[in-house]
Design a protein. Structure first.
Ligand code: CMP
Length: 139
């Protein structure tokens, strides 16, 4: 059963360019409620653990280096059909293929520096949200 929650990160490239406000605006306008949020920075070990599922992929090292390179915003978002609707809102992983009006089309620069992360399933949304937030940090 769908949980209606997803997990997102605003990645270091978008934070660096002062896109946090613009991205949160799009998220709110699309009807997502913020359940939890923090501004933080991942160590290499933490970024490696978060993206462990990609550890055999050729881009893993680049991804871990990049994601531990600067601060990020992590958040749990709530809405009906949250996982799928959020992936529609952010657009394709590669911004060159992202639809007009999507967050990645507007704010991403490349496939590795692609502005935002969005969970790909309800199970991963729960795992990823638990990676960053305790039960005391969700409202
Ligand atoms: P994200 O949604 O955070 O999930 C995994 C990330 O791996 C993805 O966004 C991209 O930033 C990154 N990624 C996926 N494919 C590639 C690739 N071919 N080269 C570099 N990074 C990639």
């Amino acid at each position: 059963m769908a949980t209606n929650r997803t997990f997102t990160m605003i990645k270091p490239d978008a934070v660096e360019k002062n896109y946090i406000g613009g991205i949160l605006d799009k998220i709110n306008a699309a009807g997502f409620r913020i359940v939890a949020m923090k501004y933080t920075k991942l160590s290499k070990v933490e970024a490696g653990a978060f993206y462990e599922v990609h550890s055999e992929r050729p881009f893993y090292r680049e991804l871990v280096d990049y994601m531990s390179n600067g601060p990020i915003v992590a958040a749990i978002l709530e809405k009906e059909n949250a996982v799928e609707d959020f992936r529609t809102l952010i657009g394709a992983t590669n911004p060159a293929e992202a639809a007009e009006g999507t967050i990645r089309k507007l704010y991403a620069e490349s496939i590795s520096a692609n502005a935002v992360h969005g969970s790909d399933s309800d199970d991963n949304a729960a795992i990823e949200g638990n990676f960053f937030f305790s039960s005391l940090e969700r409202f």
